[in-house]
Design a protein around this ligand. Structure first.
Ligand code: ADP
Ligand code: ADP
Length: 230
């Protein structure tokens, strides 16, 4: 089964069709890049996939669930299966690296011993175990995003949504973070949707590409088909 499937999904804000009749499938275990200029509808697409927005029309499936048919209460466990990372990292300034990574586990009521063990494994995976007691402001941008990735993985998601996750980083750091996302995909088997305006990020790690413009999907296909077109 697919990790994400959209069937003729539209989302209107008044007269603006932010997402306009979009159909797409993200196969389990793949990395799909969603690319488009500012205003193309990418962020709206993210909010439709994680259930923060309901479409004006159409159906959204995440894993085996049609999330457009679920109540808020029944959406909650589906959301726990989706990790999110952001352009501005969205870390808590007042919490240590370990505190940030462990936060979703604390919310989920995971006992401290289990939480600590899991925090250590996650920090080891992203190569930041020695920064466990540091605060976000003591970290570089790339380190902050690695903390963001560790936190996103804390609840064992099957899907990771990366919303402009490398857009605030310099090219070298971007390459490191993309390499880490590739390990998340290959070693942990997590499906990734990489939403970005950066062609290079998509080219570096995506298997498939979805090109959006004006709320519509204007092209989609395998990486080489989309970028090799004359
Ligand atoms: P992107 O992430 O590709 O920049 P967005 O999904 O943010 O695109 O926006 C797509 C269009 O929808 C834009 O015209 C934007 O102004 C509009 N839009 C997005 N969210 C809202 C909202 N909450 N209210 C009104 N208009 C919105
Ligand atoms: P808070 O949640 O109040 O921000 P801390 O940031 O101090 O608390 O720690 C969060 C959790 O991470 C605590 O349970 C702590 O024991 C654990 N922790 C701290 N350092 C490490 C580490 N090096 N490896 C694993 N877990 C750690």
């Amino acid at each position: 089964t697919a990790s994400v499937r959209l069937e003729s999904v539209s989302k209107a804000y008044g007269a603006v069709r932010a997402v306009d009749d979009v159909s797409l499938t993200v196969e389990r275990g793949s990395i799909v890049g969603v690319i488009g200029y500012s205003g193309a509808g990418k962020s709206t697409l993210v909010r439709l996939i994680n259930g923060l927005e309901r479409p004006t029309s159409g159906r959204v499936f995440v894993g085996d669930d049609e999330i457009t048919a679920l109540s808020e209460r029944r959406l909650r466990p589906v959301r726990r299966g989706i990790g999110m990372i952001f352009q501005q990292f969205n870390l808590f300034r007042s919490r240590t690296v370990a505190g940030n990574v462990g936060y979703p586990l604390r919310v989920a009521g995971v006992p401290k011993a289990e939480r600590d063990a899991r925090i250590a494994r996650l920090l080891e995976f992203v190569g930041l175990l020695e920064k466990a007691h540091a605060y976000p402001e003591q970290l570089s941008g790339g380190q902050k995003q690695r903390v963001g990735i560790a936190r996103a993985l804390a609840t064992d998601p099957h899907l990771l949504l990366a919303d402009e996750a490398t857009s605030a980083l310099d090219p070298e750091t971007t390459a490191d973070v993309l390499a880490l996302l590739q390990r998340v995909n290959r070693e942990l088997g997590i499906t990734i949707v990489l939403i970005t305006h950066e062609m290079e990020a998509v080219r570096a790690i995506a298997d498939r590409v979805v090109v959006m413009d004006g709320g519509r999907v204007v092209e989609q296909g395998a990486l080489y088909d989309v970028f090799a077109s004359p």
